[in-house]
Design a protein around this ligand. Structure first.
Ligand code: KIV
Ligand code: NA
Length: 265
């Protein structure tokens, strides 16, 4: 398994970091067998595998339930787990207790927090001091989609770009080990990546980041109908799955399955 130091080294050697989300045992096994560097148990699981309309409904118990399954499927891969909506904003005490709960029960290597508010920065420092590595997440932060006004590219104008760079410096100063940059212009991602000592992992943030992350089900077109512009699908499980299941149904109806080969004497 990679360590946080290995990730830092990869940045220095311009060795790109590959990251993919996973939400259960089979997706984790497949990702690990394919050789991915890092797995993210994202709160995107709310939309991708639970059918919610946003990440806001996702609970701590959801995250623990799915992350435990992921770890069972990918024991040797660096696993980052999202802290879900409002689980790290009420008080420092409660945030620390929630982080401990997730970290201890899932055997994660790091937790991911969105944003760089004073509370999140303070928590990043406390978690780091306590031995829980933190991955930061800036740009489009889906847990605050209702404040941002939609899923839109962030940091497009001078002021918001400047703010993002300042936030990025702050998360490093408070101990973050890596930074996810979501949906920002590639030029801004390059500036942030060049300046920071920690690896940046982009999604919709162009080619200059130190690594890339995509959602498992987006890469495979698996249960997803509309893909965002920044996704490149590498398979079409929707079509493959529907064809396979249709063939099964048809075989059952026509008495073509099961045959002797599938039956016991
Ligand atoms: O939840 C998630 O999948 C994420 C990635 C998009 C970075 O946070
Ligand atoms: Na997330």
């Amino acid at each position: 398994m990679l360590s946080t130091l290995d990730l830092q080294k990869m940045k220095q050697q311009n060795d790109k970091i590959s990251m993919i989300t996973a939400y259960d045992y089979p997706s984790a096994r497949t990702a690990e067998e394919a050789g991915v560097d890092m797995i993210l148990v994202g709160d995107s699981l709310g939309m991708v595998v639970l059918g919610y309309t946003s990440t806001i409904q996702v609970t701590i118990d959801d995250m623990i339930h799915h992350a435990k399954a992921v770890k069972r499927g990918a024991k040797d891969t660096f696993m980052v787990v999202d802290m879900p909506f409002m689980s790290y904003h009420i008080s420092l005490e409660e945030s620390l207790a929630n982080a401990r709960n997730i970290f201890q029960h899932t055997d994660a290597q790091a937790l991911k927090l969105e944003g760089a508010s004073s509370g999140v920065l303070n928590l990043t420092r406390h978690l780091t001091n306590a031995g829980i590595p933190v991955v930061a997440h800036l740009g489009l932060t889906p847990q605050t989609v209702n404040v941002l006004g939609g899923y839109k590219v962030q940091g497009r104008d001078k002021d918001t770009a400047k703010k993002l760079l300042e936030d990025a410096r702050q998360v490093v100063d408070h101990g973050a080990i890596a930074l996810v940059l979501e949906c920002i212009p590639q030029d801004l991602a390059k500036i942030v990546t060049d300046e920071l000592s920690i690896p940046t992992i982009g999604i919709g943030a162009g080619a200059h980041c130190d690594g890339q992350v995509l959602v498992y089900h987006d890469i495979l077109k698996y249960g997803i109908n509309r893909l965002p512009k920044f996704v490149k699908p590498y398979a079409d499980f929707n079509v493959m799955g529907k064809e396979a299941i249709s063939s099964y149904i048809s075989d059952v109806k026509q008495g073509e399955f099961p045959l002797d080969a599938h039956s016991f004497k």
